[in-house]
Design a protein around this ligand. Structure first.
Ligand SMILES: Nc1nc2c(c(=O)[nH]1)N[C@H]1C(S)=C(S)[C@@H](COP(=O)(O)OP(=O)(O)OC[C@H]3O[C@@H](n4cnc5c(=O)[nH]c(N)nc54)[C@H](O)[C@@H]3O)O[C@H]1N2
Ligand SMILES: Nc1nc2c(c(=O)[nH]1)N[C@H]1C(S)=C(S)[C@@H](COP(=O)(O)OP(=O)(O)OC[C@H]3O[C@@H](n4cnc5c(=O)[nH]c(N)nc54)[C@H](O)[C@@H]3O)O[C@H]1N2
Ligand SMILES: [Mo]
Length: 766
């Protein structure tokens, strides 16, 4: 069966709905994993590949950024990691004959699911200006085309170099080096849409934009608060860590508008208890919060701590923090009525959370997109930090901040300099090492890059991975912006929508995935990645490449740089391509924490990057201390008759990559155009379960955006809060609706109204 893509498209989106589940993983997860994997890879390849995931001599799972435990199981992966691997190691191929058979205009009518299911890209492909079809092109000619379009630009800032978070450290370092030698800091990345709010808040408050805990800290915590995160689907291996913690006596508070099955109970497929027994209950207290109510919740908890005799770590506050008085003054004015309105919680629930915090000597807060994708996301995360600072819960074992990253190397890409606002010290180090003057003015982030393309201020768009047009907000605006470009280029493993919504000319550059052997002139290479907790380790693919025409990401950057920069560049691009160890030697000299990189990464398991607050309670902020924040408390305000929509992931997708049409834990089968509504909200709109509705977002500028034909599902979500999948709903999120400071699209906070629809309108996914 392996190797056969589905026929028939548009995908029949006909949701069937059953009751949501109350536990994650267990045998059904294993059965599902094997079915998906053998379907894409066949039996032998499945066994060979899955046993190498996250092993010390294997490759880093291309799924999420959750770290590997030191003692590994023979099968150190999860259902969704296996799907990510199968998606990449599939035996299906998209060869030139496919492009000859399908005009681009036709491919643009296909669903994202269908495009992705066609298989791995095998040849560099070129869409000439005015052409209807992509045609094969040589690598040499492809680099010439890019050089041709870059040459006439008025300024290097008319080019944009996007990165998605799968790119290795080596490729990322070279890519930013190339962009800056070329002359621009236009290096937007998926992080701009993801944990940028965490980075902004943490840099200001603790002096480093990364989490302060290691895996072992989770095991040692007395209390873990999981806010705005669905690990059962998006970080399944985190459930093993929570299970270990639980078995050692840790308590867990979950803060979420949705009761997510993975946080209720975990049936660990790696032990008998999980397979045959009833598994481990995880959440002790579930706070079913309203969308965007988290800042109000954390502020009230802070006030209650201030009001409780002996609750504060006064020694820590005095020695290590700044701004306590101002924060305390602001917090003391917090009132119950507003808190209860913002959170939708009952007073007893918040008081119970307070007692659990008081009983805990070591508290960790974990979070993901439920906190980062709101207008007041940065202030919400600062509020989380306030709470931890009050108790001295940063920089000691078992306590700290834990933003759980998305893409497997998104954190590493940032460390390597993929950032539109690089620190001067980083640019100084680049200048010293490579002998050129990098641009000092800031570049464009994702939202600003779209505006620049829309307004004709950017003309060349280059993407190192990802699926820009599907991942970004305001789909119609973004697609029109991309179509104005002179040239769009995508370095990709799989076909996606960004290949078929193009500039005047377009290139697809096929590349190796994580699972594949990377052989260069200097022998077989490995790459390195950094996980969500700052651990750096090697990743080695073992499979034969999907096609002999693929180049690795580092090789693509090196050849592009040689072609575009020419002899003016004194950077040894040729040497870098031959032997990645030479790239790591340069990283070691430019980026703090990577001293002796090649030696240390050769050790099994790699090494941990330094983190001043975690390691030494040193806070490299402007004040030299950890900063309390006394920002005003915000929460979304809903006009009468409207709902707040969050756009989130199903269990069968990896961002814009759709693996299938089921969302098993939420009881949804065979369809993605669903909107989850509280039964009372649905009834207030006259919508029975099974009815169809259009989602309409309305904005202050008077414009409306519509996503038609969603099946209404009565669901136990918080009142006033709706949920539907991304990317189908990105069309509803205006480009300018972003978080303050971080400029992250506020995709978890879209005001909508519902209009009854006759039936399923479109069947098309996105
Ligand atoms: N299998 C799989 N794994 C993935 C991904 C994937 O798509 N598929 N994506 C990867 C990436 S890039 C990322 S960033 C992560 C994403 O990981 P998550 O952040 O877990 O992903 P989302 O599906 O966006 O889920 C957001 C969660 O926050 C809750 N939430 C929404 N709004 C609020 C709020 O206002 N307050 C609170 N307290 N909770 C809220 C939602 O109900 C949901 O449970 O996962 C990574 N891992
Ligand atoms: N409405 C809404 N929008 C969102 C979000 C949301 O929650 N709601 N989440 C946001 C978040 S958190 C993120 S991170 C972004 C994700 O945005 P992106 O990172 O741009 O999107 P992905 O879907 O992860 O990219 C998938 C594509 O990457 C390519 N790819 C896969 N592996 C590799 C590889 O190894 N190398 C290369 N070169 N290419 C590869 C494949 O061609 C695949 O089609 O979306 C954001 N958009
Ligand atoms: Mo993400």
């Amino acid at each position: 069966m392996a190797g056969k893509p589905p026929t028939g498209d548009p995908v029949q989106d006909a949701p069937e709905v059953t009751a949501p589940q109350h536990a994650a993983a267990g045998l059904p997860a294993i059965a599902h994993t094997l079915r998906v994997a053998t379907d894409q890879m066949g039996l032998r390849r499945t066994a060979l590949t899955l046993l190498k995931v996250n092993q010390k001599d294997g490759f880093d799972c291309p799924g999420c950024a959750w770290p590997e435990p030191d003692k590994r199981h023979a099968a150190e992966f999860c259902e969704n990691g296996a799907k990510a691997v199968a998606e990449e190691a599939t035996l299906r191929r998209v060869a030139p004959a496919f492009f000859a058979a399908h005009p681009v205009a036709e491919l643009a009518t296909r669903s994202g699911y269908w495009l992705g299911q066609q298989g791995r890209l095998t040849h560099p492909m070129y869409l000439a200006e005015g052409a209807t079809h992509y045609e094969p092109v040589t690598w040499e000619r492809a680099f010439d085309i890019i050089a041709e379009e870059l040459a006439p630009l008025d300024s290097p800032d008319e080019a944009v170099f996007y990165t998605s978070g799968r790119t290795s450290n080596e490729a990322a370092f070279l890519y930013q080096l190339f962009a800056r030698e070329y002359g621009t800091n236009n290096l937007p990345d998926c992080s701009n849409m993801c944990h940028e709010s965490s980075g902004s808040a943490l840099s200001e408050t603790i002096g480093i934009g990364k989490g302060s805990v290691l895996l072992d800290d989770l095991h040692r915590a007395d209390l873990i608060i999981v806010a705005g995160q669905n690990p059962g689907t998006n970080h399944p291996r985190m459930l093993s860590a929570l299970e270990t913690a639980k078995r050692g006596g840790t308590k867990i508070i979950t803060v979420n508008p949705l009761p997510e099955a993975g946080l209720e109970r975990f049936n660990n497929p790696q032990n008998a208890r999980g397979l045959a027994g009833r598994g481990t209950p995880l959440t002790d207290l579930f706070l079913q919060i309203r969308l965007g109510g988290d800042q109000a919740l954390f502020r009230m908890l802070g006030k209650l701590l201030l009001d409780t005799e002996g609750a504060l770590d006064t020694a820590f506050i005095e020695e290590h923090t700044h701004g306590f008085q101002e924060y305390a003054d602001a917090a003391r004015t917090t009132d119950w009525e507003e808190t209860l309105a913002a959170t939708g919680l009952r007073r007893e629930e918040i008081e119970r959370a307070l007692r659990m915090i008081l009983a805990s000597r070591r508290t960790i807060v974990c979070w993901a997109m439920g906190l980062t994708q709101h207008k007041h996301a940065v202030n919400t995360i600062k509020e989380v930090v306030n709470l931890l600072l009050l108790r001295g819960d940063i920089g000691r074992p078992g306590a700290g901040v834990c933003p759980v990253r998305g893409h497997s190397n998104v954190q590493g890409d940032r460390t390597m300099g993929i950032f539109e606002r690089p620190a001067p010290a980083f640019l100084d180090a680049l200048e010293k090492e490579f002998g050129f003057a990098p641009p000092r003015h800031h570049g464009l982030d994702v939202v600003r890059a779209i505006r620049a393309l829309r307004d004709g201020d950017a003309k060349v768009f280059f993407a190192m991975g990802g699926n820009f047009v599907a991942a970004t907000p305001d789909t119609d605006v973004t697609e029109a912006a991309i179509r104005r470009a002179r040239l769009t280029v995508h370095v990709s493993t799989k076909l996606n929508r960004s290949h078929v919504i193009t500039g005047a000319r377009a290139l697809i550059l096929p590349t190796l995935g994580r699972t594949e052997r990377d052989r260069q002139a200097g022998g077989e290479q490995f790459v390195t990645v950094e996980d969500s907790m700052g651990m750096v380790h090697a990743s080695r693919g073992r499979l034969a490449p999907a096609s002999e025409h693929l180049l690795s990401e580092p090789a693509i950057v090196c050849r592009l740089a040689r072609r575009v920069l020419g002899p003016a560049s004194s950077t040894p691009w040729e040497e870098f391509e031959k032997d990645y160890a030479t790239i790591r030697d340069r990283i070691a000299r430019v980026i703090p924490g990577f001293e002796d990189f090649n030696t240390r990464v050769a050790r099994p398991g790699g090494f941990t990057l330094p983190h001043a607050p975690r390691d030494a309670r040193r806070f490299p902020t402007a004040t030299g201390k950890a900063n309390f924040s006394a920002t005003p408390v915000e929460h979304p305000h809903l006009p009468e008759g409207r709902l707040l929509l969050q756009t989130l992931r199903s269990h069968d997708q990896y961002n814009t990559t759709i693996y299938g049409l089921d969302d098993r834990y939420r009881g949804i089968k065979n369809g993605r155009r669903v909107v989850l509504l509280h039964p009372d909200d649905a009834r207030a709109h006259g919508l029975a379960d099974g009815a169809y509705a259009d989602l309409v977002s309305e904005w202050t500028d008077g414009t409306e955006r519509r996503a038609p034909g969603f099946r209404v599902v009565h669901y136990p979500t918080a009142r006033g809060c709706a949920a539907a999948y991304y990317p189908e709903t990105n069309v509803l999120v205006p480009l300018d609706h972003t978080a303050d400071t971080s400029n992250t699209p506020a995709s978890k906070s879209v005001v909508i109204r519902l209009e009854p629809a006759a039936a399923a309108a479109g069947t098309e996914g996105s």
